[in-house]
Design a protein around this ligand. Structure first.
Ligand SMILES: [Zn+2]
Length: 261
């Protein structure tokens, strides 16, 4: 049924058609929803107004399947697909030749650095654990003393080239780093997720001024605790925002910092 001359392949960058390539077979998308989904993902398309899978008119040509996935029935002439086959050979992976041997980014980096990947497998597990710890909310955090800590903040600086303009040099010079820098305020939730990154400012800006200009304070809610270094003189700012100096986030910051840090 897929053998009529108007068969076209629906894979991007493939212009095969039955009329031009009579030796290729053209295969309908599977009826099974899950398998059909795998095909659509494999060919890097998405069902939308411009692409709809219709049985009897949307095909994938045999060039995108591995030879072992195709067979010809005894006495038949048309290639058929084995059950469960998924297209895997495309222009973007050199028709399967690149895909087979492709290493994971970790393995590629290990090979480049001359590391023994098997010996480093344990380290990879540790890295996976660390990643999980940083990205998954920590249920225990809510039971901890600092459960009301909304965010931990600090500034970070990146070195930059020295401008020829003396004014810019002066603005970007950081006494702390003894170099010209750009500076940003970064906030991290107790579970490790980065929740705030300000724009970059020139390195001479103080932590206090940067916090003010970044509008970080406006994101806080009454009762939030903020853990910060002693250098962050933001009490007054918090008082201004909250209007209640004794219960403002600023006061909470100091309580947290002095009491438990
Ligand atoms: Zn094709």
């Amino acid at each position: 049924m897929e053998q009529h001359s108007k068969c076209y392949c629906s894979v991007p960058f493939c212009s095969n058609s039955k009329r031009k390539h009579p030796n290729l077979s053209f295969h309908d998308f599977p009826k099974d929803t899950r398998l059909r989904g795998k095909w659509i993902i494999a060919i890097r398309r998405e069902e939308s107004a411009t692409f709809t899978v219709l049985r009897g008119s949307t095909y994938v040509c045999s060039q995108h399947f591995r030879p072992e996935e195709l067979y010809v029935k005894e006495g038949g002439s048309r290639a058929r697909l084995k059950k469960g086959s998924v297209p895997s050979r495309f222009a973007w992976n050199d028709f399967g030749s690149r895909h087979e041997d492709r290493l994971t980014p970790y393995e590629r980096a290990s090979t480049r650095l001359g590391l023994n990947t098997e010996a480093a497998a344990g380290q990879r597990d540790e890295l996976d654990d660390l990643e999980a710890m940083l990205t998954e909310p920590n249920a225990n955090a809510t039971e901890h003393d600092y459960c009301q800590v909304r965010v931990l903040i600090d500034c970070t600086e990146v070195r930059c080239e020295t401008a020829t303009s003396l004014t810019l040099q002066s603005e970007s010079f950081s006494n702390y780093k003894n170099h010209t820098t750009f500076k940003s305020l970064v906030g991290v939730a107790p579970c490790g997720v980065i929740t705030f990154v300000s724009k970059l400012y020139t390195g001479s800006i103080s932590d206090q001024e940067l916090t003010r200009r970044s509008n970080f304070i406006r994101l806080l809610q009454p009762g939030d605790k903020v853990m910060a270094d002693k250098g962050f003189q933001i009490e007054g700012m918090l008082a201004e925002v909250g209007g209640h100096p004794h219960h403002s986030p600023l006061q909470e910051v100091c309580a947290v910092h002095q009491g438990r840090c």
